[in-house]
Design a protein around this ligand. Sequence first.
Ligand code: UD1
Length: 341
Amino acid sequence: MATKILVTGGTGYIGSHTTVELQNAGYEVVIIDNLSNSNIEVLDGIEAITGKRPEFMEGDITDMNTVRELFTRFPGIKGIINFAASKAVGESVQKPLLYYRNNLVGLLNLLEAMPEFGVEGIVFSSSCTVYGEPDVNPIDETAPIKPATSPYGNTKQISEEIITDFIHSGAPIKSILLRYFNPVGAHPSSLIGELPNGVPNNLIPYLTQAAAGIRKELTVFGDDYNTPDGSCIRDFIDVVDLAKAHVTAMRRMLDKKDTDPVEIFNLGTGRGLSVLELIESFERSTGVKVPYKIGARREGDIEKIWAEPTKANTVLGWKAEVPIDDTMRNAWAWQCRLGKK
Ligand code: UD1
């Protein structure tokens, strides 16, 4: 019988791509999502790609009764991937309690329910933001955790600690903490992708909307950083590569009996690319010009960060594979499907 996995936030950007890869790998997926930042049609996209519609329950994991109802309605869930969280850095500064509630209470409820319902492990979406501004790049998992620069970042640090403390207390569960660098792109089928609500905060949705004429121009936040071209450097990882890492992590966590109960992996390519280089890659691979101007630095931005992914490559047996130009082409195809001005 197929192993049943709960994907919270499964109609969201990374959740939907991960559901596709889980189903392709033979897992049975149950999604819970409150549809606060996604829509139900995403299930059609997942079904069109994989030939299978995942089980779906609309609900909010910050409500314990909902969580209990979920595990009762879908018995036999073995693993969880927890994507149900808020992720806009700026908004988290404006609405800290919303972030602490959404990101922490939901996690607490899941953890509390896991032993009760026999769930063996949880894969958690963490972020490279836990490293702050790194002293050295590329950065590996042993680097110190720096004070968070936003409530959002703080929720990721606290979540990692909550999971670790719970497991150290003897809870009968395992966990893999995945520290994402910058996920970008869309499924090559253009059937699922990122659906930003309102004005995008992140670089790629803003860039593709500017290229599509929906926004006047992209503002590059700063060209006076201590980097070769002056713009910030990030490790942009294709969302399908990222999704596949979750399948590998789930398999390891559930099937290998001798692994540590809590493991941490960086998910990145190992290559830093500047914001200006990314624009160049987009223009080169799509033949479409990006209208942009150089603006002031954005408060709270890290100058440069990219991953040392060797642990994920060797221990997890996963490697980012999609070339950045393909990722840019997929992001553009997805934008074209969403529409231009
Ligand atoms: C941020 C968070 C990261 C989080 C991610 C999810 C920090 C330091 N990083 O990543 O933890 O997981 O959001 O949303 O909190 N840029 C522009 N113009 C734009 C938009 C962005 O130049 O219109 C630049 C930014 O200055 C940055 C780069 O593009 O240098 C990437 O920005 P973005 O996509 O917002 O991601 P991060 O800030 O790296």
